[in-house]
Design a protein around this ligand. Structure first.
Ligand code: URA
Length: 252
């Protein structure tokens, strides 16, 4: 059999990246797990060279060129879970996005009983970096406490509290209003541990009645209606890439 010229060959993991498989590591894991076929033959080596035009399938499904980059903001209502699927059949945030955007994933998560701003993209490295505390992306939460919140508790949250998975980093915390018999408290953190804000308030003796995220880095919830989504503006996308230390890809 004639072999194609060397120029027409490309490493499989690189080709998978151009086909939109999110990270090289993910691609390698799939190759090792025997989930990838090249022209009908199961791939065995991550560095193997394949024809540029080879038919690549993941779990038997052909992968095509990646969809264009997308960046969105959703006003997540309470009652929706932030996963792509739910085994318990609860409403999922993807139900709130149109089918042509089914390739995006959320940047981080919000608990089912938490509302507010959730960002989405199909850009894996951006997601990874924005979710990592070292990039310092601030998340602004408005928390309603059941009773009046004290200045001392605000100082303790700002200083950092001990949680069962370690102390929290310094934060910004201030009372911004009253909410029934409790207070409305703004907390700004750049970490994103599981149930972190609820656990921080519990640690200072104020279990929350409500929690909403109102901003992530340069993106604010603004007057986006509950359950609605919008594309991020160019300025917002630019700023997210600047914070992540990455060059920005084009929209198309
Ligand atoms: N902190 C929480 O406790 N829950 C969230 O969903 C987000 C931050």
């Amino acid at each position: 059999m004639d072999l194609p010229p060397e120029d027409d060959l490309i490493r499989l993991n690189k080709l998978l990246a151009t086909l939109g498989v999110e990270s090289r590591r993910h691609a390698e894991e799939m190759i090792i797990a025997g989930r990838i076929t090249v022209d009908g033959v199961t791939a065995t080596e991550k560095g193997q060279k394949v024809r540029r035009g080879a038919v690549i399938k993941v779990d038997g499904v052909e992968v095509g060129p990646p969809p264009p980059p997308a960046w969105l903001a959703l006003h997540k209502p309470k009652g929706y879970v932030s996963t792509k699927e739910d085994t318990r059949d609860r409403p999922i945030v993807m139900d709130l996005l149109p089918p042509e955007l089914s390739h995006v994933h959320s940047i981080g998560r919000l608990d089912g009983d938490v509302s507010g701003l959730l960002l989405f993209t199909n850009q894996g490295e951006l997601t990874h970096r924005l979710a990592h505390p070292s990039y310092g992306v601030e998340k602004v939460y408005h928390a309603a406490t059941r009773r009046r919140f004290s200045e001392d508790a605000a100082r303790r949250l700002a200083h950092g509290v001990d949680l069962n998975d370690g102390p929290t980093a310094p934060a910004k915390c201030r009372v911004v209003g009253r909410e029934g018999s409790g207070s409305l408290v703004e907390l700004i953190i750049h970490e994103g541990r599981k149930h972190q804000v609820k656990r921080m308030f519990e640690a200072v003796g104020y279990p929350l009645a409500e929690l909403r995220r109102v901003a992530v880095g340069p993106v604010s919830l603004g007057d986006l209606e509950r359950g609605r989504w919008r594309h991020l503006t160019d300025a917002e996308v630019d700023e997210l890439y600047r914070m992540a230390g990455l060059p920005r890809p084009c929209r198309e």
